[in-house]
Design a protein around this ligand. Structure first.
Ligand SMILES: NC(=O)c1ccc[n+]([C@@H]2O[C@H](COP(=O)([O-])OP(=O)(O)OC[C@H]3O[C@@H](n4cnc5c(N)ncnc54)[C@H](OP(=O)(O)O)[C@@H]3O)[C@@H](O)[C@H]2O)c1
Length: 112
């Protein structure tokens, strides 16, 4: 690793598993301050242990605008800018631009 992202601020939504977790690990290993999100606290806690480095977990549902605002506020309290945003959280449903709303797609539930 080369520290190419030393002191850069990286936000990975859905960073507690899968692609997001792997991405958060890679940025952290390159020296970044990493913020991850997810809806399940226990998954975030486990991810923090795996990622190491300077990682902060912010519990929240990225389909809720208020939770996105809270994520932004948390980052802003510590850093002046976001250098990388990896918008990774989500499922597999597709909608055309203009038809996307804050409302969850029917049948999808938020885990506790
Ligand atoms: N894997 C593939 O083959 C593939 C293919 C095409 C596209 N993608 C897309 O790539 C992204 C990652 O896929 P993956 O396979 O790595 O998924 P994954 O292993 O299921 O991980 C999804 C991550 O997103 C979080 N998450 C899901 N919904 C969220 C929400 N509303 N708010 C905040 N966090 C949320 C999950 O945590 P919680 O459940 O705790 O919230 C988890 O950390 C997804 O957007 C997926 O649609 C994946």
């Amino acid at each position: 690793m080369t520290n190419r992202f030393n002191n850069k601020v990286v936000v990975v939504t859905g960073g507690s598993s899968g692609i997001g977790l792997a991405t958060a690990k890679a940025f952290s290993a390159e020296g970044a301050f990493v913020f991850i999100t997810g809806r399940r606290q226990e998954a975030l806690d486990a991810a923090i242990k795996q990622i190491g480095g300077r990682v902060t977990a912010v519990r929240g549902d990225m389909s809720k605008l208020a939770d996105i605002d809270r994520l932004y506020d948390t980052v802003q309290q510590k850093h002046a800018q976001i250098d990388v945003l990896f918008a990774n959280a989500g499922g597999g449903d597709m909608l055309p631009l203009g038809a996307i709303t804050e409302e969850p797609i029917s049948g999808r539930s938020t885990p506790t």
